[in-house]
Design a protein around this ligand. Structure first.
Ligand SMILES: Nc1ncnc2c1ncn2[C@@H]1O[C@H](COP(=O)(O)OP(=O)(O)OP(=O)(O)O)[C@@H](O)[C@H]1O
Ligand SMILES: [Mg+2]
Length: 298
């Protein structure tokens, strides 16, 4: 049982496609992409989110950061992050027909800018699409730092040491590089460094080690572990790797077809899975990697 405060609480989240995005009647009648998802992340703990491809893990993460694509709508549910309810922020989509609403929208958009990164940081699944190709990495980092009211000069040495910590031996070269000059794995490490720099209380890591070689994978997982142990960061960790869940997560939620089919303590779920889908997932993992449950949980 966790003693830390809850840094993220999602209750009954439902995400659907906006009807204008539907070109056919069948599309409009489709089930929601995310349906009735509830989960929580506590300070200093890791909650794992696993499940088949297309089950709604990334959309759940994007909902938390208010980064859903324009074609989707957060239909129902309540998201509370570090004590603030998403409802206070999510009206940014409101019509801007009059100045009052326009000002409100601008205020909410700037609240979100402050909120993202500083209170909650996210490592996205597809790092290539997260950086503007016409700006250098240094520009991106500088912009992020100043958007949060921090001074670039006094943070410069911290930027260098964070980049070194993530395996970049020459921070200057990285800062002057353009995103298209770097690999997906390098961009993923830069996203991790931004989360470290801003010292967010909640880290959402959507497959943070995809595209990385095993040495860097291990380093990133160690850093996430260190962030939660030393800085008390709460982590929502999405991965297909059950060994990573066994190693890092305290709790886990299993998703299938947009819904959570099972959730609880990692030991309980791994030792006594109740849902047929969880059993199949665990069996597939063991038959692929040849280990049994006790080895995985060591
Ligand atoms: N931009 C989009 N437009 C329409 N449908 C989308 C879009 N993005 C995702 N979807 C659909 O939403 C569902 C959930 O997608 P999501 O990306 O959350 O899956 P996921 O669990 O993260 O999968 P993976 O493990 O492959 O990353 C899928 O059916 C997907 O096809
Ligand atoms: Mg995904």
């Amino acid at each position: 049982m966790s003693c830390g405060k809850t840094v993220l609480e999602i209750n009954g989240l439902k995400v659907t496609l906006k009807s204008k995005a539907c070109e056919t009647k069948e599309c409009c009648n489709k089930l929601p992409l995310v349906n009735d998802v509830s989960l929580a992340v506590s300070q200093g703990e890791v909650t794992g989110l696993i499940g088949e491809s297309g089950s709604g893990k990334s959309l759940t993460c994007l909902s938390v950061m208010n980064l859903l694509p324009d074609t989707m709508v957060l239909d129902k549910g309540r998201i509370t992050i570090a004590g603030s309810s998403l409802e206070e922020f999510s009206l940014a989509d409101s019509s801007t027909k009059n100045n009052h609403l326009k000002n409100r929208t601008q205020n909410l958009t700037s609240q979100w800018r402050c909120f993202r990164g500083r209170r909650a940081a996210m490592i996205l699944q597809n790092p290539m699409s997260c950086f503007d190709p016409i700006f250098t990495i240094g520009y991106h980092i500088k912009e992020t730092i100043s958007a949060h009211g921090l001074d670039w000069k006094s943070h410069r040495s911290k930027v260098d040491s964070t980049l070194c910590e993530l395996g970049f031996e020459s921070p200057n070269e990285i800062l002057s590089a353009y995103p298209f000059q770097l690999s997906g794995g390098m961009l993923q490490r830069i996203m991790v460094s931004l989360a470290l720099l801003l010292e967010a209380e909640l880290l959402i890591a959507d497959e943070p080690t995809t595209d990385l070689d095993v040495i860097v994978q291990a380093r990133i997982l160690d850093i996430i572990d260190k962030m939660r142990k030393e800085k008390n960061v709460g982590v929502l960790l999405v991965t297909h790797d059950l060994s990573v869940i066994a190693r890092l997560a305290d709790n886990v939620s299993v998703m299938q077809n947009g819904a959570v089919v099972e959730s609880g303590k990692v030991e309980d779920i791994f030792h006594r899975p109740k849902a047929a889908y969880t059993k199949a997932l665990l069996d597939a993992h063991f038959s692929l990697y040849g280990s049994n449950i006790n080895e995985v949980l060591l």
